[in-house]
Design a protein around this ligand. Structure first.
Ligand SMILES: *Cc1c(COP(=O)(O)O)cnc(C)c1O
Length: 431
């Protein structure tokens, strides 16, 4: 594979951006490579600046559920663009996207649009604190919630439940307001609530944890969170930035039939444009400014071009059979690779929910907590990633990342991916 133009762009980019990138995982460091610079996307394909063509399984990390540049989204963007890019005043586009979402989701009454998943989470946490008048947040090891100060926190050492910041620049005092617990551990949950009974504003969780492998939870654990929040008058925040509009139109709330207090969205909601949102019941949302005392604002929020893209994508998601079709294709891929790995005796298992999959280097048939992932096995992923690129399939450049199937991936592409993955596994386990 010739990547000389990507290499040149990367060398250039190193002059402008830390690590040559504008978001760290793009740097390809965990696969010991250098990033490919992308020229364009077409359906399920991505074409780099050297003209290499890949079937894309990263899909911009989730937003592109219709694939690249789908005609309906492109047409909606073009139409909105003709009228101007931003007004700093309301437009009918915002109403239309809100209505489409709220009328088709039993778990929310009102929504506020922001510009990214991080911003949605940051605002949801502030809202939970504003509503409850409490301070502490419980989060789980193995869940990612964007680069919000209070949530860039990892489990502290020893038995302390207080977090330690996982980034420089996050004050100790912030980290102390975050309690980090292991996923799937009811005992730890119970003792955290007993210890800080009066001061827990919220539990935040990715109900489908998909940023550190795919750590599918037992639904009864999510129920258990719900019950603790009722009992201690804390709020339950589902961070559905990945799972929203992905594991079904109503996201994980709908999939598991659990009513969270606040839901955050991002990724798919903007049709490939920068949009995030947080949503809740009317009673909770009335705390948000200008109706209530919780301040939150945005110069470019509900930007009309981004809203138009969101509308077109969300309308496609609402078509009959949309999610069933995606799930069937994903299942086909996962089952064929799992069968292959089992026949060959490779310690590999693909986990899946809806159109998300994750390649785990294990023979276990469940991985529910971050501590169950063996870091040293990621060397297999490096080989797999390189081999897949050589065979024309683009995976996100980290073994902790999940893959996504879009509506643009056809049966023939699924077969090509399966074959490439099988060949790549043969190389990864050659000795
Ligand atoms: C991607 C993601 C975020 C952050 O969203 P950005 O748009 O990257 O700021 C937050 N939470 C979850 C669950 C995510 O997957």
């Amino acid at each position: 594979m010739n990547s000389s133009k990507s290499q040149a762009h990367y060398q250039d980019a190193l002059n402008y951006f830390p690590g040559g990138v504008n978001s760290p995982v793009r740097a390809f460091r965990s696969v010991n490579g250098t990033p490919l610079f992308i020229d364009r996307g077409e359906g399920c394909h991505m074409i780099d600046v050297d003209g290499n063509r890949f079937i894309d399984l990263c899909c911009s990390w989730g937003p592109l559920i219709l694939g690249h540049n789908p005609p309906s989204v492109k047409a909606a963007i073009t139409e909105a663009l003709e009228k101007g890019t931003s007004f700093g005043a309301p437009t009918a586009y915002g109403n239309k996207l809100a209505k489409l979402i709220i009328e088709n989701n039993r778990f929310i009454d009102m929504i506020r649009f922001v510009n990214s998943g991080t911003e949605a989470v940051m605002s949801a946490v502030r809202l939970a604190r504003g509503v409850t008048g409490k301070n502490k947040i419980i989060k789980f090891e193995g869940c990612y919630h964007g680069h919000v100060d209070h949530l860039l926190v990892k489990a502290g050492s020893g038995l302390a439940t207080f977090g330690e910041s996982s980034s420089a620049g996050v004050p100790e005092a912030f980290a102390k307001e975050t309690i980090v617990l292991p996923l799937n551990d009811r005992v730890a949950l119970k003792s955290a609530f007993e210890k800080y009974a009066d001061d827990i504003a919220a539990i935040i969780i990715e109900p489908v944890p998909a940023n550190n492998g795919l750590l599918l939870q037992d639904p009864s654990f999510l129920e258990c969170l719900r019950l603790h929040c009722y009992q201690y008058e804390s709020l339950l925040i589902f961070d559905e930035v990945i799972s929203g509009f992905r594991v079904g139109f109503e996201g994980a709330a709908g999939h598991y039939g659990i009513q969270p207090d606040i839901i955050t969205y991002g990724k798919i909601i903007g049709g490939g444009m920068p949009v995030g949102a947080y949503a809740a019941s009317r009673a909770i949302m009335k705390h948000v400014s200008p109706d209530g005392p919780v301040y939150q604002a945005g110069t470019l929020s509900a930007n009309p071009v981004a809203m138009a893209a969101g509308i077109a994508q969300i309308e496609a998601c609402l078509q009959d059979g949309f999610y069933e079709g995606l799930e069937a294709k994903t299942k086909k891929l996962v089952e064929s690779v799992n069968q292959f790995a089992e026949d060959k005796g490779y310690p590999v298992h693909l986990f899946t929910i809806a159109s998300i999959f994750w390649i785990a280097f294990t023979k276990a048939d469940s991985v529910r907590a971050a501590s169950e992932i063996e870091a040293e096995k990621m060397s297999y992923f490096r080989t797999l990633h390189q081999e897949m690129l050589k065979q024309g399939v683009y995976l996100g450049p980290s073994g902790y990342e999940v893959g996504f199937i879009s509506a643009a991936h056809q049966e023939e592409h699924i077969s090509q991916i399966a074959t490439a993955m099988q060949n790549a596994l043969d190389v990864a386990f050659a000795n």
